[in-house]
Design a protein around this ligand. Structure first.
Ligand SMILES: NC(=O)c1ccc[n+]([C@@H]2O[C@H](COP(=O)([O-])OP(=O)(O)OC[C@H]3O[C@@H](n4cnc5c(N)ncnc54)[C@H](O)[C@@H]3O)[C@@H](O)[C@H]2O)c1
Length: 292
C-alpha cells in the first residue's frame, strides 16, 4: 500500500499519534514533528519526567500532547497504555514503536537480567506494541500507520553490541512478516521499518552503574562517533515522517548508509563468508581495553 501523492501535512494534520520512548532522541523528534503537523501526540516513556518535557515542548509550540508512562518491556503495561489511549483519545492513526536501549560489553560479561531486559524492550516491546494496538486499529477500518524502529545495525554485525544488534535483526524480520500479515488481513494500515543510520541522541549514555572497562570504552567511542557524524534530530524526524507519509516500508534517515549496510549483507550471504568487522568500524575498537 502506498500513501500516493499525499504529503505529511495532509495526512498527519489530525488524529492521534502514539510514540513510545518519546522522552528523548528520535521519539522526542518524531513527537515534535507530528505535533507540529497538528496531531494529538501521546508521548509514552518509562520516564514520566522526560515524557512531560516532550509534552511541554509540543504545547509551547502550539500543539496538543499528553504524557503517559509505560515500560514497553512489560506486555501488560503496553496493553494498559493501548486501552487507556483508546478510551481517552479514540482511534490511533500513527503508532511508533520506538523505545529501545543499547547494551554494551562482551556477551559473557553482561548479566542474564540485562540480556533479558534488552530483548524485552527492543524486541518484545515492539511485538507487544503491535499486539496491543493493532486490534483496535484494524477494527476501526481507518487508514493508519505502524512504524517499528529497526536500525542499519539490523543488517550488520557488531561486537560488544551483540544483544542490541540481534534485537534489531529481529525487529526487521518481525516487521517484514507483520507487513505480510496486515496485507493478508486486508487492513488499510501502512507498516514501516524505520532504519536510522546515526542520529544524535542519548542512546549511548550510561545506564548501568556497574559496567566494565570494555563497555565504558565502547560507550565513550560511540558517543564520540555520534557527536561527530550523527544526523540532526529535527532533520532525521522530518525525513522519517515524510517517508511514512509516502507509504514507504523502508524508511531511512540516511539512505546511503542503509545501502552500504545492505550491500555488505548481500555480499556476506552470497559469499557465505566469515563475519568480519567493517573497515570503517575498526577505529572504534582500536583502543578497546581488552585483556590479552
Ligand atoms: N540514535 C541512533 O542513531 C539510532 C540508530 C539506529 C536505531 N535507533 C533506534 O531508535 C530508537 C530510539 O533511540 P534513541 O537513539 O532516540 O535513544 P534515546 O536513548 O535518546 O531515547 C530512548 C527513549 O526510550 C525510553 N525508554 C527506554 N526504555 C524504555 C522502556 N522500557 N519503556 C518505555 N520507554 C523506554 C528512554 O527513557 C528514552 O526516553 C531505538 O529503538 C534505537 O534502537 C537509534
Amino acid at each position: 500500500m502506498t500513501g500516493g501523492t499525499r504529503g505529511a501535512a495532509e495526512l498527519f494534520r489530525d488524529g492521534v499519534a502514539v510514540i513510545t520512548g518519546a522522552g528523548s532522541g528520535i521519539g522526542l523528534g518524531l513527537a515534535e514533528r507530528f505535533g507540529s503537523l497538528g496531531m494529538t501526540v501521546v508521548a509514552a516513556d518509562i520516564s514520566r519526567d522526560r515524557a512531560a518535557l516532550t509534552v511541554a515542548a509540543i504545547k509551547a509550540a502550539g500543539g496538543r500532547a499528553h504524557a503517559m508512562t509505560v515500560d514497553v518491556g512489560n506486555a501488560e503495561d503496553i496493553s494498559c497504555l493501548a486501552a487507556s489511549v483508546h478510551d481517552r483519545f479514540g482511534d490511533v492513526r500513527v503508532l511508533v514503536n520506538n523505545a529501545g536501549i543499547e547494551t554494551v560489553g562482551f556477551t559473557w560479561e553482561i548479566s542474564a537480567d540485562r540480556w533479558d531486559r534488552t530483548l524485552d524492550i527492543n524486541i518484545h516491546g515492539v511485538v507487544h506494541g503491535c499486539r496491543a494496538f493493532l486490534p483496535r486499529m484494524i477494527a476501526s477500518g481507518k487508514e493508519a500507520w505502524v512504524a517499528n524502529l529497526a536500525s542499519v545495525g539490523g543488517f550488520g554485525q557488531m561486537p560488544i553490541q551483540t544483544s542490541y544488534i540481534m534485537s534489531k535483526h529481529a525487529v526487521q524480520s518481525f516487521t517484514e512478516c507483520l507487513s505480510l500479515e496486515i496485507e493478508l488481513a486486508g487492513a488499510p494500515i501502512h507498516i514501516a521499518s524505520v532504519i536510522p543510520g546515526m542520529v544524535r541522541t542519548h542512546i549511548f549514555d550510561a545506564t548501568e552503574a556497574d559496567e566494565g572497562a570494555v563497555a565504558v570504552a565502547h560507550r565513550t567511542a560511540m558517543r564520540e562517533v555520534m557527536a561527530a557524524g550523527g544526523m540532526d534530530l529535527a532533520k532525521a524526524s522530518e525525513r522519517i515522517v515524510d517517508q511514512l507519509a509516502a507509504g514507504a516500508f523502508w524508511v531511512s534517515t540516511q539512505p546511503r548508509m542503509t545501502r552500504t549496510f545492505l550491500d555488505a549483507r548481500i555480499s556476506f550471504l552470497r559469499d557465505q563468508s566469515r563475519p568480519r568487522l567493517a573497515d570503517d568500524l575498526m577505529p572504534i575498537f582500536a583502543d578497546m581495553p581488552v585483556a590479552t
